[in-house]
Design a protein around this ligand. Sequence first.
Ligand SMILES: [Zn+2]
Length: 125
Amino acid sequence: MSRFTVYKEIDIAAAHFLREYHGKCERLHGHNYRIRVYVSADELDSEGMVLDFVQLKELMRELIHERFDHQFLNETPPFDVLNPSSEHLARYCAEELAARLDDGRIRVSECHVWETDTSCAIYRR
Ligand SMILES: [Zn+2]
């Protein structure tokens, strides 16, 4: 467990349906997803931060919002192949951000994806 953790949230609106699922989510529908990404570190940078919230926000905008907002997830890679569940979305967002952020001092530690106010999937790395 790291000593410091920060998180940032963004919202996206997207459509999806779940493949090989029997229930109302097998039909096309949309969610206003809330995505929260956690970044952790044991040591702070010279400014006393895990990382700049502005930097995290910009990266989440580039890697998550620009890619998925107002899109049909089932036609947007990797969810054209991978089932677009909130669990898969949480893992994808965490790993994409980690590829750009993890540097030995800081690391993306967790991602939460809410489909609704009361339903949330959590991925931990
Ligand atoms: Zn759904």
